[in-house]
Write a protein that binds this ligand. Structure first.
Ligand code: PMT
Length: 439
């Protein structure tokens, strides 16, 4: 397959002063071979390890090494303009610390501080430097700001030691970059597991992963429910539905990226907890209700994205149901579960701005209007679950948003993470508007 994975992508490659700088030559070559337009920026220390001429020859562009110079008329600010990604490989402990402090004292630190695109760093250093609390804290801080970290690996180090801290190999870094630019999410970086290369998982709205955190949601406490619930029939069987949790997890992730304090109340899913999100796991609808109740009084916004079972067995069986005992037909007696979002919407005290979802197959507007009135919601987001390419379990979704006054907006088919980004912007704006009217 000779597909150019990075066609039309503009990547800034920052190189700092680690021995692994020589591996950046191969990385640069591979990025270019796959269609990327690569602009190289080097610290002075890096130029002592590999000459800028090597990178100029590989990238077909002049290399920026000084904040007072420009390469082809492009300076340290201009070089990241229109960039899709800024990759720093190798990233030394010194550069990581400077990034945390917001320092701008060389071509790499200045240009990365001025960049608005997503940033990936591939740390490389001696093991003791890596496990030093200062470096660990710096990596955590950078990650909390939305910077992607390609965890280093174990192996022989430049200092002669062997251990953790070697820059990830070029193929791994290249795959990671491709995954990011082709809109896949990376697993959270775990400083206790340096060997784990965060694997591409779910789609991410790459444009929102900026160097500085978004602050739209700062100061807000947001509670999101996600996934299905499971109601026991007997010890082996459950009543559940097709919700994967992807939509709700994406909302939680985006709310956290926007600076909100997020609690995710999740039914059974296979998804990893998004960064900076507190997660409460539940199984049944009544456990979800209890978990939601425990959060009320503190929440500013409640988003009910979970597909909650409407009914449960009056009495689940203690032993496995035997078909020999029931013959051709089996009747199960079900009782209605309390409606969680309706409980929240009707709260007299401490009622949060309440946003529901509706999984519908027809009569979208009418059903949305009914639910918004009945459950006393501020907004409802309607999904067409008859379309198998969106809604339950897919990576994409589309939505129509209604308020008690009627249609607010419609979003066409896109990845759930992109939709979550747009929805969170909208929900927080509507919350703020409602709040300023009340005040
Ligand atoms: O999880 P994914 O695979 O990503 O799929 C996402 C989704 C399709 C599940 C999601 O986008 C969605 O539409 N969630 C709501 C599904 C649903 O239960 O819709 P509903 O029309 O039955 O319920 C309406 C609202 O009432 C929902 O906010 C629901 O959370 C809430 N509800 C329902 C029953 C109940 N007992 N308590 C509730 O709070």
């Amino acid at each position: 397959m000779s597909q150019l994975l990075l066609q039309n992508r503009k990547i800034v490659l920052g190189i700092t002063g680690g021995i692994a700088a020589y591996k950046a030559c191969e990385l640069c070559r591979k990025l270019i071979k796959n269609g990327a337009d690569v602009r190289v920026v080097m610290t002075e220390a890096a130029t002592k390890l590999v000459t800028p001429n090597t990178f100029a020859a590989l990238s077909h562009h002049e290399v920026l090494t000084d904040i007072f110079d420009s390469a082809e008329g492009i300076d340290h600010i201009g070089i990241t303009k229109d960039a899709d990604l800024y990759v720093i490989a190798p990233a030394t402990a010194n550069t990581l610390a400077k990034m945390v402090a917001g320092m701008a004292d060389n071509a790499v630190t200045t240009s990365v501080l001025a960049s608005a695109c997503p940033v990936v760093v591939a740390p490389a250093m001696n093991t003791r430097m890596l496990i030093n609390e200062a470096t660990k804290d710096n990596l955590k801080t950078l990650q909390s700001r939305g910077i992607f970290i390609i965890a280093p690996e174990e192996g022989d180090l430049a200092c002669g030691d062997s251990g953790m801290g070697r820059m990830r190999n070029v193929d791994d870094i290249f795959s990671y970059i491709c995954a990011l630019l082709n809109e896949h999410i990376a697993l959270p970086y775990d400083p206790t597991k340096f060997t784990a290369l965060p694997a591409p998982q779910e789609p991410i709205a790459i444009t929102q992963t900026k160097l500085l955190p978004k602050s739209h949601g700062a100061g807000l406490k947001i509670v999101v429910t996600a996934g299905p619930t499971e109601e026991s029939i007997d010890p082996a069987r459950v009543i559940t539905n097709k919700s994967s949790g992807k939509m709700g997890y994406a909302l939680a992730q985006m709310a956290a990226t926007m600076g909100a304090d997020v609690t995710l109340i999740s039914g059974p899913t296979n998804l990893a907890t998004p960064n900076n999100v507190k997660r409460i796991d539940v199984t049944t609808a009544s456990q979800m209700l209890d978990a939601v109740k425990s959060q009320m009084g503190q929440a500013d916004i409640f988003i009910g994205c979970a597909a909650v079972a409407d009914y449960r067995l009056i009495e689940p069986m203690n032993t496995k149901l035997k078909k020999e005992e029931h013959g051709e037909f089996l009747t199960l007696q079900l009782v209605k579960n309390e409606d969680i979002i309706s409980y929240v919407g009707h709260l007299d005290e401490g009622r949060p701005f309440t946003v529901g979802f509706a999984a519908e197959t027809d009569n979208f507007q009418k059903n949305a209007e009914d639910k918004i009135q009945r459950k006393k919601l501020d907004l409802i987001i309607v999904n067409n679950v008859a379309d198998r390419e969106i809604g339950f379990n897919s990576n994409d979704n589309a939505a129509s948003v209604y308020s008690p006054k009627g249609i607010v907006t419609e979003f066409g088919k896109m990845s759930k993470i992109k939709l979550a980004d747009l929805l969170m912007e909208l929900i927080i704006s509507q919350y703020k508007e409602a709040h300023s009217t009340k005040a």
